[in-house]
Design a binder for this molecule. Structure first.
Ligand SMILES: Cc1cc2nc3c(=O)[nH]c(=O)nc-3n(C[C@H](O)[C@H](O)[C@H](O)COP(=O)(O)O)c2cc1C
Length: 243
């Protein structure tokens, strides 16, 4: 009965996570049913009470852990509509849906060119909005191709707008370079993100070479090794966030 109850609870949590009242009602019904069971079979109340408390605390701890999905902001270095980097992030959104709430920052091409003269206490509106999204995220992903042995200009521009701030400081970061080759950009990305004080480990950096060939015409990740690497990356990033 206990396992069925917890399974049903988890199902409700998954399907109706936003409707927390259902969870509370479910716990209430469970407690009442358990009390009736005790009375019916004359189980001693003291030991039964401890048993119920354990069940309820387990259910609540499960609920807390499932309800607090980590908010990730994914910044994509390519502005192409059919970007492989965007396809990859889309796959990651699907693969990590139970632990991460990943949103894609989609306005990188709307940021003005970085100009220190505009980097004042009231910066351009798009810049302020970008910084706010980073601040509000629990962690960030940067997923980018390499352009002429470096980071794409639009991504570098976006990061430059944050250098005078602390928005990236202590922020857990997943750094992905997905490109034809990408080695130089991957090195640069790590150097830059270390400079703006994000936190990352070797396991939360990932260089994917020959990225276009990993997807089919519909933009689905079909390369099995990359799929396994993606799952390992998600796991490593979750571990980093829980440190
Ligand atoms: C202007 C330009 C420069 C590029 N330079 C490089 C490069 O230096 N190294 C590399 O690995 N790929 C380079 N590429 C190829 C990209 O890695 C490849 O097109 C990648 O799929 C782009 O990512 P996306 O699919 O997310 O847009 C370049 C592509 C363009 C358009």
């Amino acid at each position: 009965m206990l396992y069925r109850s917890v399974a049903l609870y988890n199902l409700l949590d998954k399907e109706f996570g936003w409707l927390s009242v259902i969870k509370e009602v479910f716990v209430f019904i469970y407690v009442v049913a358990a009390l009736c069971f005790t009375v019916r079979y004359r189980i001693r109340f003291r030991s039964a009470g401890i048993y119920y408390l354990k069940i309820i605390s387990y259910i609540y701890s499960k609920s807390k852990c499932m309800a607090t999905k980590k908010k990730i902001l994914a910044i994509i270095g390519s502005t192409r509509a059919r970007s492989s980097n965007l396809f990859l992030v889309t796959e990651m959104i699907k693969a990590s849906a139970d632990i991460f709430d990943i949103s894609v920052y989609d306005s990188i091409s709307k940021l003005p060119h970085f100009n220190p003269d505009l980097d004042t206490t009231s910066p351009p509106q798009e810049v302020a909005a970008f910084r706010k999204q980073i601040m509000e995220a629990d962690g960030i992903f940067i997923c980018t191709p390499e352009y002429v042995f470096s980071l794409p200009g639009s991504l570098k521009n976006a990061i430059e707008w944050c250098v005078s701030t602390t928005v990236f400081s202590k922020k857990p970061a997943g750094l992905i370079t997905a490109s034809a080759s990408g080695e130089k950009a991957h090195e640069e990305l790590q150097l830059i993100m270390q400079t703006v004080e994000t936190v990352f480990t070797a396991d939360t950096t990932w260089l994917i070479q020959g990225i276009k060939g990993k997807f089919n015409a519909e933009g689905i990740l079909v390369h099995q090794e990359t799929q396994s690497q993606m799952h390992a990356f998600i796991k490593a990033f979750n571990t980093l966030m829980e440190r």
